[in-house]
Ligand binder design. Structure first.
Ligand code: HEC
Length: 109
C-alpha cells in the first residue's frame, strides 16, 4: 500500500492549519492587552511598556523569529531589569509560540 505517506501528510496538514486557525484567538487572549488587536501596541499597557508597532515593516525586520521565540518563552526585560513581557513557557507550547510569531508577522501593513 502506498497510501500511508499520503494519509500521514493529510494528518500533518490538518494539525498545522488547526493551530494556525487558533492563533488569532490565542493572540487576543494572551498578547493583545499589550500589543493591541491590530498589533500597533496602542493599548494602555502597550503604551506604558513601550510596545513597538507590529504593523511597521521596519520593526518586523528588527527581530528574528528565533529571538521572538526566546523572548516570548522566557520573558523579556529592559536594560534596567523591568519586565516587559512575562514568560509564556508555562502557558503556551512551543508550537503555539511559533504559530503566534507567524501570526504576528501577518499583522504588518
Ligand atoms: C505585558 C505586556 C505584553 C504582553 C502580554 C505580551 N508582550 Fe510581546 N512585547 C511587549 C513589549 C513591551 C515588547 C518589547 C518591545 C521592544 O522594546 O522591542 C514586546 C516584544 C515582542 C516581540 C518582538 C520581538 C522581541 O522578542 O523583542 C514579539 C514578537 C512579541 N512581543 C510577541 C508577543 C506575543 C506573541 C505575545 C502573546 C503570547 C506577547 N508578545 C505578549 C509586551 C508584551
Amino acid at each position: 500500500m502506498k497510501l500511508t505517506p499520503l494519509i500521514a501528510a493529510l494528518f500533518v496538514g490538518a494539525t498545522v492549519s488547526a493551530s494556525a486557525a487558533e492563533a488569532p484567538a490565542t493572540y487576543a487572549k494572551n498578547c493583545a492587552a499589550c500589543h493591541g488587536k491590530d498589533g500597533a501596541g496602542q493599548t494602555k499597557a502597550g503604551k506604558q511598556l513601550d510596545a513597538k508597532d507590529f504593523t511597521d515593516a521596519a520593526y518586523q525586520k528588527s527581530y528574528t523569529d528565533a529571538q521572538a521565540f526566546t523572548d516570548i518563552k522566557n520573558g523579556l526585560k529592559d536594560k534596567s531589569g523591568k519586565q516587559l513581557m512575562k514568560p509564556f513557557a508555562e502557558k503556551l507550547t512551543d508550537d503555539e509560540i511559533k504559530t503566534l510569531i507567524a501570526y504576528v508577522r501577518t499583522l504588518q501593513k
